[in-house]
Every structure is written in C-alpha cells, then in structure tokens.
Design a protein around this ligand. Structure first.
Ligand code: ADP
Length: 454
C-alpha cells in the first residue's frame, strides 16, 4: 500500500504524459487532414474553373438529361400529392433516384482523377453526392419535392469527405442543388505517412521517459530499503553497545559503595566483570571498524592450500564443545583429502556464522547438521537445521547487508544482520557461492560451495 502511494504520482505523471502525447499526435493529425483536404479542394476548384470553359455541364450532361426524363415521369404523382416535400417516403425515393443518376452517370470524377494523377496526387477517388433540394417544374408552379433536413446538412459538414463544389442546375422539368464531395481512397495512409516522424518521436520519447521513470523508481526504492536497513543496524548496534556499557557503569558505582570498598573478593569480582565487558565492548568496536574497513577495501585473503576436511573437523569440534549438551549436533564428512585454497580465519568465520545461526534460529533443543563432501570440482559444505525457517520472500534478501527478518517491532534474537552478508562475501572471495533452501517452520539448509584444487 505504501509502495503504491509512493508510485502514484509517477503513474499520474506518466498518464499525463501519455495524454499529452495523444493530444499532440491528434492535433498534428487534424492539421494534416485539413491541409490535405484544402490541397485537394483548391486543386479541384482550379480544375472546375478550367472545365467551365469547355463543358458547361461539368461532366453531368448525361445525368441531367436522364433526370429530366425521370422528373417528367414523377410530375403527375407529385401534383397528386398535396405537399410532396412532407411525404417522407416519396421525398426519400426521389432523392435516392436523383443521387443514383448523379453519381453513376457523370464524368467529373474521371476528369478529376486524371487531373490529380497529372499533378502527382492520389488518383483513386470516390464521388459522393448530397442532394440539397429538388424541385419539379410544373406548368403553373414549381413543386418542391425534397429539401435536405438540417440534421443531414450538419452531418455533411462534419463528414471526412472533401467538399469540391455545390452545383445548381435547372433543366426543363426540374431544378436541383447538390454538393459534390470526393473521398480519397488512401487518405488515412497518406496522412499517417506524413505524420510518421511525429508519431515515432512521440513513441520514442514515451519509451525513454518511462524507462527513466522505472530506473529512477527502482533506485529510489533500493535507496529507501538500504537506508531502512542501515537504521535498523544502528538501532541494533546501539543496543549491543549499551548493554556492556551499562554493566560497566553499574560496576563502577558498585566499587565506590561503602559496603564493597572493604570487600576484596567483591572488588576482584567486579573488576573481572568490568574487564569482561570491556573486552566485549572492544570486540564490538572492532567489528564496526572491521565493517567499515571491509567496505573500503577488498577482502585481503591469506589463502593456503589445505586439507579442508581437517579444518572443517576442527570447526565442528569447537562448535560441539561450545554447544555442549544444549544442541543435537551431527557431522558427516566425505572429502577424501580434497584440498582448496582457503583463508583459514575467514573460512572458519563463514562456517561458524552458519552454525551459530542454526542454533540462534532454532526453538527448543537445536538440531544442527554439518556436512562436507565433494561434487565434481567443488567442495560442498552444508549446514542444516530444523529451526524456524525462512519465508520465500525473505530468502531473497537475507544475504544483504544489515538485513534481518522482521518479527514485528522487536527482534527476538540479537544480531546485526551481517552474518550472512559476510558468509556470501567470504564464499565469493574464495571463488565460490552460497545458497539457501528453507521452509518456514520446518528448517533451513545453507549450502556453500568453493572450488577444490585436487
Ligand atoms: P543476524 O543473525 O545478525 O540477524 P544474519 O545475516 O546472520 O544476521 O542473518 C540474517 C537473517 O536471516 C536473520 O535475521 C534471520 O532472520 C535469518 N536467518 C539466518 N540464518 C537463519 C536460520 N538458520 N534459520 C532461520 N533464519 C535464519
């Protein structure tokens, strides 16, 4: 939810950017469309003016002639109707006939097409006729039989077809006014080609901006996560430092107490305690120094080619002694004298970190298993426990510096979230790797592999 809130402004910004891009492309499209129509309209106008000088019918001669005959046939019927314009069916029929003849029996479209071709323009055009009104001419009076309704006129204006000319004609038996439009077959394609650069730039900028957004967001989230981990570390470290410090402070006060000043035994005990806590404090401070040193420099390993089984047995023995009867420890070694280039100190720290965690993160009596075997060119060290386990989502992060699995506000066990980070660093600096497989509540298996020399 928190993540979503942080990301929300980014999504809004991206959405606005997309909208702006769509708006720009749409505007460019509309402009191009207008320029396109204008070009065809002005060229057509030019041509029609030219045409007037040698064809006063503008290519409609045959259509007008046929319509004259048709009008004569319709006249009696029109006369019989009280107001033919009001008779929707009749008006529709007559308009359809007129439109059909005007569309099919004309030559203007052919002329225009040739003219366009000559100018290098698109020649595939389709004529569209919209009749504005038709009047049949009677001997006594003109009979208005059709008039385009207002809605129809509006539709024509917003049509994507290009209006070329409005023709008015009066023959023997009728009067007509109609609009001549053309549709350019490849209009969309042509415009799309013209705006392709704008379109490509717009898509490209969208891709770049969203990639930058994603990268920035990712690094921001990572920064946030790291700073959270660092804060946790400082809190944990402060807690760790405070414990010995407060013991020393209390011990210092105790020594000054009247009842203790004369008691040699008590003073020795208290001094011992101060000594022990000082050593612990010193260790912690050294650890901090070590961390910052490890951060600044690469691991300075002092590798020696050794028999790994001997070393691992030593580590196992020490662990068994330290753990005593408090844990159930099983060892299984099958290394057949395999050797590896190892820094004894770091290697020991690595295995100990894993063994200590196995105990630390087990409830009741810990059951810990230490295994070592060879596998092709590697030495495999396994630390198995039946402890609290690690969820899948945490498994991804446990090797990160300062990462501790969160158990609410307080951590049940002490730690700084560095043990596994060092395990990984040490394994890698030995040319190896570390992995984990675990199930929450069932236990964990940590596997370190390092290359063997023989
Ligand atoms: P620390 O033990 O100081 O917290 P580590 O780096 O050793 O730091 O471990 C990181 C986290 O991984 C621990 O906080 C713990 O939650 C989890 N973890 C490590 N080892 C085990 C284990 N054997 N079983 C369950 N959880 C473990």
């Amino acid at each position: 939810m928190q993540k979503f809130k942080t990301l929300l402004p980014v999504f809004i910004a991206l959405a606005l950017f997309i909208l702006a891009q769509i708006y720009i492309v749409r505007q460019v499209w509309m402009q191009k469309d207008e320029v396109f129509s204008l070009r065809y309209r002005s060229v057509s106008k030019e041509y029609i003016q030219e045409l007037a000088s040698y064809d006063s019918y503008y290519g409609f001669k045959e259509a007008y002639f046929m319509l004259d005959e048709l009008a004569l046939l319709w006249l009696p019927k029109s006369r019989a109707l009280l107001n033919p314009e009001d008779s929707a069916v009749y008006a529709k029929q007559i308009r359809e006939y007129f439109t059909k003849y005007l569309t099919e029996d004309q030559l203007l479209s052919e002329y225009l097409s040739k003219y366009f071709d000559k100018l290098g323009l698109e020649k595939k055009i389709k004529p569209l006729i919209y009749v504005n009104y038709i009047e049949l001419i009677d001997i006594q009076e003109n009979i208005r039989v059709y008039k385009a309704p207002l809605s129809e006129l509006k539709k024509q204006q917003s049509n994507t077809s290009i209006l070329i000319h409005t023709f008015n004609s009066e023959e023997n038996n009728y009067k007509i006014s109609f609009d001549y439009y053309i549709d350019i077959a490849n209009k969309e394609k042509i415009i799309l080609r013209e705006i392709s650069l704008t379109l490509i730039l717009s898509i490209l900028s969208f891709i770049i901006i969203s990639s930058i957004f994603i990268a920035t967001m990712k690094s921001y989230m990572e920064e946030k996560r790291l700073s959270g981990l660092k804060t946790d570390f400082i809190n944990n470290m402060t807690h760790e430092l405070k414990t010995p410090l407060s013991t020393i402070t209390v011990a210092g006060k105790t020594i000054k107490h009247d009842s203790v000043i004369g008691d040699k035994q008590k003073i020795i005990e208290t001094a011992n305690m101060i000594g022990k806590q000082s050593v612990h404090l010193n260790k912690l401070i050294n650890l901090i120094l070590e961390i910052s040193m490890w951060e600044r420099t690469q691991f300075q390993l002092d590798k020696k080619n050794i028999d790994v089984e001997e070393l691992i047995k030593d580590i196992g023995d020490n662990f068994r002694n330290g753990c005593g009867k408090e844990c159930n420890f099983i060892e299984e070694y099958d290394l057949n004298g395999a050797k590896a280039d190892v820094d004894i100190l770091y290697f020991t720290t690595m295995v100990n970190n894993l063994l200590n965690n196995a105990v630390k993160y087990s409830k009741n009596t810990p059951e810990v298993q230490l295994e070592a075997r060879t596998d092709n060119n590697d030495i495999i060290i396994k630390v198995v426990d039946k402890g609290i386990g690690i969820s899948r989502s945490d498994q991804k992060n446990i090797f990160d510096k300062f990462y501790r699995v969160s158990t609410g506000n307080i951590h049940q066990s002490k730690g700084l979230g560095l043990g596994l980070y060092y395990v990984k660093k040490i394994a890698e600096s030995h040319g190896g790797s570390v992995g984990v497989s675990s199930k929450k509540g069932k236990g964990s298996v940590f596997i370190v592999s390092i290359p063997k020399t023989i």
